[in-house]
Write a protein that binds this ligand. Structure first.
Ligand SMILES: [Zn+2]
Length: 287
């Protein structure tokens, strides 16, 4: 699943759609079938409303909040946000034809195509269909964003993190599950939780309430550092994740524990399911 660095990189790559107009919108048969069956497959509002809210709109700019990517759309009368979450295996492509999508699975599993004013198209592909696209009037109308912790690189984020981890709500939970809660810190998923906890030498199984403020401050810095490291290496490319242009990052070559057998100090890695996800850690380096 793409985490914050991967979504940030998609946003940067998709800057090429800014200032273009969405002239037409097409959704896949799977989306239509899902909607007909009463499931909001990928498009999380009635398809006709989704199309009405995006067609003939200019793409003003792109933004990211946590793992959500958004496009600010505008016409003469109104501003709308097209907001998306890549789920497990979503990907955006900006290209001139579907044939340019190198990966076969992404080529056949396209679900929404926005036809743009310069003849190009913005394609949303999703093999497992856990991704989400919807239109909203403004970000403050969208609950997951409203509840979200401040962005990781803002001044108030660390203070928010320390307070949230220490809150009575979270004190009895494992630090691993608290880290993956977007109301505590933005954009940390399974990979960067494992990596930052290893760097901070904290066991993922430890109760959040039992960790000293000093160690939590260290952990917060490790989260920031691993995000920055990943951004500078093009993000992580594992299983289903592909960047918008189909390229791949190489952060996965720098993992210390995630999907590793041996830690950098040469110890065997332990794996255990925590918060429903496979968790990788070292019982010798982490305490
Ligand atoms: Zn170790």
């Amino acid at each position: 699943m793409p985490e914050l660095p991967e979504v940030e990189l998609v946003k940067r790559e998709l800057k090429t759609v800014e200032n273009l107009t969405i002239e037409d919108v097409k959704v896949s048969d799977k989306v239509v079938e899902g909607h007909n069956a009463g499931k909001l497959t990928i498009v999380k509002e009635p398809v006709d409303i989704f199309i009405e809210n995006t067609k003939n709109m200019d793409i003003l700019s792109l933004g990211r909040r946590g793992k959500y990517l958004y496009f600010i759309l505008q016409n003469d009368h109104q501003v709308k946000y097209l907001i998306g979450h890549l789920g497990m295996s979503g990907a955006f492509f900006h290209l001139n034809s579907l044939d340019e999508i190198v990966e076969h699975n992404f080529k056949v599993h396209w679900h929404v195509i926005f036809y743009l004013s310069d003849g190009s198209m913005l394609v949303y592909s999703d093999i497992r269909r856990f991704g989400e696209l919807r239109t909203i009037g403004k970000l403050s109308e969208f609950l997951p964003v409203v509840r979200m912790a401040p962005e990781y690189d803002t001044e108030e984020a660390k203070e928010h993190f320390l307070n949230a981890v220490k809150s009575p709500n979270n004190a009895a939970k494992t630090i691993k599950s608290v880290l993956m809660d977007s109301t505590v810190v933005t954009g940390v998923g399974n990979i960067y939780a494992a990596e930052s906890l290893y760097s901070a030498k904290i066991l993922p199984t430890r109760k959040a309430g039992n960790i000293s403020v000093k160690r939590l401050e260290g952990l917060y810095q490790e989260i920031v550092d691993v995000f920055e490291l990943s951004l500078s290496h093009g993000g992580s490319t594992i299983s289903d994740y592909r960047s918008s242009t189909g390229g791949s990052g190489e952060m996965q070559n720098r993992f210390q524990v995630y999907q590793c057998k041996i830690c950098p100090a040469g110890h065997d890695i332990t794996t255990k399911v925590i918060a429903g996800r496979n968790t990788f850690y070292c019982t010798k380096c982490q305490r």
